[in-house]
Design a protein around this ligand. Structure first.
Ligand code: 16G
Ligand code: ZN
Length: 540
């Protein structure tokens, strides 16, 4: 009863704005920041319940709207494993976020606690992080109140973090490992150094060039400044840290560069040929780019997107696996992409002998499929991805590392894989660790960014979005490559595809916006554009 009184009392403080209707979706809850206090408060309650349900393991709560505009914000949870909130809890998240009164809220919670048999004895723990958005602090307070209104649960404010840092810290905490922010930096820099120390001598003379980072005026650039202090063997110049008046995600960041294919603010002709990278607003996406020498205005870029990063990683991992005697284990290396992956990247990956599978858009879907392999690599074209090592494969590797003779090729290959598993975030895609791995591999190969870009040539593509009265009218197959509804539309799309060389197109309802998205690619830009437009007409 005191529990109910506590919930009723605190929820009076956070009335829900009229007509707010939210859905947890692929990115947690997102909206204009001014609307979100009641939502974040309620997600605070949810996170305490999640922790209690899982024997008081630590749960993470992140306040961010990623690449969206600075006036937006959002909230999402990390499960104790460091992964996304279990999908089974999403409907409850929707229900409580949309409960119209304190009484309704409390009765929904009561029902859920009973149904899920959540032990309400106290002891829940939630770690909170936020990005650099000005609304973050106020929303973080609301989350604290929500967490604390479940009696006995505590909120720990970790301050400003990247999203992947919070996931990493939560994962480490629940595994009984050291889990302070400095441990994160320590871990990244040590494993990066391992990879650099393992570069074959004959490659070492290739001079080490600078990488220039666009921090999206957000948390990622600022954390890279800290990480730089821990590192040796990497020269990184950081722009758009947000301290020089730039606005978060405005004309900057990975989402902007990938969608517009132009340089972010602060980059231009002076950077021709330089290796450049871009983070998104909460540093869980990474893309690379360079300004080609034939550029006159200096604003067009050659983009190396998530698919190119994936290809580089896959090539490197495969090379190491090939040098290891796997004792008949038949190590399974798998690659997971979405329908947005450029067709040329898929062809390339298959050509080098890899198993490629497709998942629905959204990190949780890719992650799940990648986890089925000994080594599973996943990336969305937008730059979110990572490499997962199964527990059993990793312990096999570590065992092997102990018995092989130091300095042998096989020992080096094993050590590289172990270092990659430590460097690359096992919880979610992480732009900071992704950048370090790209840099280490380029040094290992002795490659420039241009050389890397030549792995394959992207097919021209075009994306458009169509505003429709009801996006749920579009229903797709599980891999989103074909539309099942509206009836007949897929035949019409196929007919358009057939008219273009190397044509491919699909439609899907967005998970984050009220639109239907259209993707098209073909052998020429004109054909990709016209295919996208014809398909958009069919959707309207
Ligand atoms: C979210 C997803 C991202 C996906 C995007 C698609 C996570 C953490 N983020 O940002 O992976 O690419 O949504 O947006 O899952 P859309 O559904 O509007 O196209
Ligand atoms: Zn993001």
């Amino acid at each position: 009863e005191t529990q109910i009184a506590s919930l009723l009392k605190s929820s009076e403080l956070y009335p829900i704005p009229q007509s707010l209707k939210l859905s947890y979706g692929t990115a947690g809850f997102r909206a204009d920041a001014s609307l979100l206090e009641s939502t974040v408060y309620r997600v605070g309650i949810l996170s305490s319940l999640r922790s209690l349900k899982l024997n008081s393991s630590t749960v993470g709560l992140m306040i961010t709207a990623s690449h969206n505009r600075v006036s937006d914000n959002g909230v999402k949870l990390s499960d104790p494993s460091g992964g996304m909130l279990s999908q089974g809890w999403e409907p409850f998240a929707d229900q409580i976020a949309n409960a119209s009164s304190p009484r309704e809220l409390v009765s929904l919670i009561r029902e859920f606690v009973e149904k899920e048999e959540i032990p309400m004895g106290g002891g829940g723990e939630v770690w909170l992080g936020r990005d650099t958005r000005p609304s973050g602090e106020r929303l973080l307070r609301a989350a604290e109140i929500g967490v604390g209104s479940v009696l006995g649960s505590v909120a720990v404010d970790l301050g400003v973090l990247t999203t992947p840092q919070l996931h990493w810290l939560v994962r480490a905490k629940n595994r009984g490992l050291k889990a302070a922010e400095s441990d994160y930096f320590e871990n990244l820099s040590t494993s990066f150094k391992c990879l650099i120390d393992l570069i074959p001598v004959e490659k070492l003379e290739s001079s080490r060039s600078k990488v220039v980072l666009d921090g999206a005026n957000g948390v990622g650039g600022q954390k890279m400044e800290v990480l730089r202090g821990f590192l040796s063997g990497l020269d990184v110049e950081i722009r758009n840290t947000g301290r020089d008046g730039g606005v978060l995600n405005e004309g900057v960041g990975a989402d902007f560069v990938q969608k517009e294919k132009v340089v972010p603010l602060g980059f231009g002709l002076k950077d021709v040929g330089m290796r450049c990278a871009s983070f998104d607003g909460d540093a869980d996406r990474l893309v690379y780019f360079y300004v080609p020498s034939e550029s006159c205005s200096g604003d067009k870029v050659e983009l190396l997107d998530g698919d190119k990063i994936l290809s580089l990683f896959a090539l490197f991992i495969k090379e190491q696996l090939n040098s290891i005697d796997d004792e008949g284990k038949e190590t399974r290396l798998g690659v997971v992409q979405t329908a947005y992956a450029n067709g040329a990247s898929t062809d390339y990956l298959k050509e080098i002998g890899l198993e490629v599978v497709f998942a629905k858009t959204g990190v949780k879907h890719l992650h799940e499929k990648a986890a089925e392999y000994d080594v599973g690599i996943y990336f969305e074209a937008n730059g979110h991805g990572t490499i997962l090592f199964s527990e059993s494969f990793l312990s096999w590797l570590v065992g092997k590392q102990k018995v092989l003779s130091q300095g042998s090729d096989e020992h080096d290959a094993v050590s590289r894989l172990v270092a990659v598993s430590n460097l690359i975030n096992q919880a979610v895609g992480d732009a900071l660790s992704g950048l370090l791995l790209v840099e280490a591999i380029l040094q290992h190969m002795g490659w420039s960014v241009q050389k890397w870009n030549e792995l394959y040539k992207d097919l021209p593509s075009r994306q458009v979005k169509v505003e429709v009265p009801d996006r749920t009218a579009v229903v797709t197959t599980s891999e989103e490559t074909e539309a099942l509804k509206p009836l007949g539309i897929q035949d019409a799309i196929n007919a358009e595809i057939k008219k273009r060389q190397r044509g491919r197109a699909f439609i899907r309802p967005s998970g984050t916006e009220d639109v239907v998205r259209v993707y098209a690619e073909a052998s020429t830009q004109e054909d990709a554009d016209s295919l996208a437009n014809s398909v958009a007409q069919l959707v309207k």
